[in-house]
Design a protein around this ligand. Structure first.
Ligand SMILES: *[C@@H]1O[C@H](CO)[C@@H](O)[C@H](O)[C@H]1NC(C)=O
Ligand SMILES: *[C@@H]1O[C@H](CO)[C@@H](O)[C@H](O)[C@H]1NC(C)=O
Ligand SMILES: *[C@@H]1O[C@H](CO)[C@@H](O)[C@H](O)[C@H]1NC(C)=O
Ligand SMILES: *[C@@H]1O[C@H](CO)[C@@H](O)[C@H](O)[C@H]1NC(C)=O
Ligand SMILES: *[C@@H]1O[C@H](CO)[C@@H](O)[C@H](O)[C@H]1NC(C)=O
Length: 481
């Protein structure tokens, strides 16, 4: 084929890609493990403003669902792992479906398309805690959907970590993919059941974790820009770990007789802080390599074409568990306050533009808490920093993070400020026995941001309510005397 011809073909495929993406679209994960949450209606407006037409949730929170109603946004609702045991009762599963699915199934309601049964329940680090409860929960939920006559359009699926499959060391290529041996019969049952119900297999794929967990992992293989030594597999050259991992999944499904099952990528993304490889530059590089491929429906060598993908995640979540690593609180394509972190063109057209930020976000006043420059006795400083950090997010101070180069005073100020903001700038929370003081000067240093928290949508006791309650108490106490 001549050069011109290829050019036309690419243009044709490109046009095809655009129109298909328009219909199918890109999804995002909306997690809510934040101390100060944006209002659900603010987040939904962000989705609309950025043309995001699909969202994956980790629960079925009523206020979230209320904000999504009438928008036409496609929703995957979720059942958390700690609810799976309860769903082993068919009556409970039916109640769940009634309260969290069919209730919203009306004109102007919520466009629910999937129910995520558990979240990575077979993760090796859970030590098998959810092995016995996940499949019965999946069966009950799908059967309840079927009984409620919505099973044709709403499918239950189990979002799995990519650690449910692997390629053996003797033949480490995607075409050799199989399910993990400790769960292979369970995965066979699950995949058979999904197939019977025409439901998709959902897997979370994290090139970042490949790099994080293996110091000798080739850096370029985590991204989409080439430059890595290709992995050859039966005449196919794998240039990046995303394709290789996805195709290992295809092979694992094939090994249990369902090589044609639809695969959804439930989570994929790159964090921006909390590790030496988690930064804005790498996240930019990753997403701006991924987006054009998705838009062009490039697919993978074994599955060319459209892939349904949910980015992880929408917003930073400052109270997520950091057991897997300090980066856990920094997965957002937006910051905690709905501000975009880096240029990202979700349409995949490669335009160097920022996402549309959240609108009408209310911040606390421009006040920071810092180490008191006049403090004399610093002997308690270490303890006070530990205390502040135990009740707020200091992950940006850690090795490889954006604030790791602060000096000892900077560290103290950072910790004090994070605590002060977490406490909604309560003046009593910026004292630390005289070690701390409030400043109206922005004390951010270089690329290390000392944030101002937003006014929280989640209820907290405001000082005025506290005052009123105290007054009533004092009054009643005086009457008693
Ligand atoms: C519906 O979902 C919500 C939020 O995840 C949960 O708290 C509630 O228990 C669910 N309802 C039922 C009947 O299980
Ligand atoms: C799994 O087992 C390890 C080692 O025994 C333990 O440290 C960890 O806390 C366990 N995790 C869970 C979720 O039970
Ligand atoms: C799961 O069930 C098997 C067989 O009934 C049992 O041996 C095992 O202890 C159970 N595992 C858990 C984590 O409950
Ligand atoms: C600041 O805190 C971080 C994280 O605790 C630590 O790694 C670093 O050494 C501290 N810097 C100084 C100068 O104490
Ligand atoms: C404080 O300064 C930093 C960088 O110097 C800036 O990014 C941030 O927006 C400022 N914060 C406020 C509230 O002005």
């Amino acid at each position: 084929m001549g050069k011109v011809c290829i050019h036309w073909l690419i243009m044709f495929l490109g046009l095809l890609g655009c129109s298909v993406l328009g219909e199918e679209g890109l999804g995002v994960n909306w997690g809510t493990m934040a101390s100060h949450k944006l209002l659900p209606k603010t987040v939904v407006q962000m989705l609309i403003d950025n043309g995001i037409k699909k969202v994956k949730l980790f629960d079925a929170d009523q206020s979230t669902m209320g904000a999504l109603a009438g928008t036409g946004i496609e929703v995957m609702v979720g059942i958390p792992n700690d609810q799976l045991l309860a769903m082993n009762s068919y009556e409970r599963a039916k109640n769940w479906v009634r309260q969290n699915v069919t209730r919203y199934n009306f004109n102007g309601g919520v466009h629910i398309k999937y129910v995520a049964v558990g979240n990575e329940p077979f993760l090796s680090s859970y030590n098998g805690s959810f092995l016995n409860v996940t499949f019965p929960a999946l069966e009950n939920i799908q059967n309840a959907l079927n009984e409620a006559r919505v099973g044709d359009s709403i499918k239950a699926t189990v979002p799995s970590n990519a650690d449910v499959y692997y390629s053996p060391e003797s033949n480490p290529v995607p075409s050799a993919g199989i399910f993990r041996s400790d769960i292979s019969s369970l995965m066979t049952q699950i995949v058979d059941f999904l197939a019977k119900n025409k439901a998709p297999f959902t897997v979370n794929i994290y090139p970042f974790l490949s790099l994080y967990l293996n110091p000798s992992f080739p850096q370029n293989y985590a991204f989409f820009d080439g430059g890595a030594t290709p992995v050859a597999d039966n005449g196919v050259q794998y240039m990046n770990v995303f394709d290789a991992n996805f195709d290992t999944c295809v092979s694992a499904l094939n090994s249990v007789g369902h090589g044609d099952m639809t695969i959804i990528v439930g989570e994929v993304g790159w964090p921006t802080d909390g590790d030496k490889n988690a930064n804005i530059a790498n996240a930019y590089k990753f997403y701006n390599g991924l987006m054009p491929r998705l838009a062009a429906n490039t697919g993978t060598p074994r599955r060319p074409g459209y892939i349904e993908v949910y980015l992880f995640g929408l917003l930073d979540e400052d109270i997520k568990s950091i057991a897997p690593g300090n980066f856990e609180r920094h997965w957002g394509i937006f910051r905690y306050d709905g501000q975009p972190k880096f240029a990202l063109d979700l349409s995949g057209q490669g335009q160097n533009k920022l996402l549309v930020p959240a609108k009408n976000v209310e911040y606390l006043p421009n006040q920071w808490c810092m180490l008191n420059p006049n403090a004399q006795d610093l002997s308690m400083l270490g303890d006070k920093i530990s205390y502040a950090c135990s009740l707020s997010d200091c992950t940006a101070l850690m090795y490889g993070s954006s604030c790791n180069n602060l000096d000892a005073n900077g560290n103290a100020s950072y910790a004090f400020n994070m605590y002060f903001q977490a406490q909604n700038q309560n003046p009593l929370s910026c004292n630390f026995q005289g070690l701390a003081t409030v400043s109206t000067q922005n004390i951010s240093q270089g690329s290390c941001l000392f944030p101002i928290q937003i006014k929280s949508a989640s209820p907290f006791r405001s000082p005025s309510v506290g005052f009123a309650v105290t007054t009533v108490f004092v009054f009643v106490f005086m009457l008693l005397l």
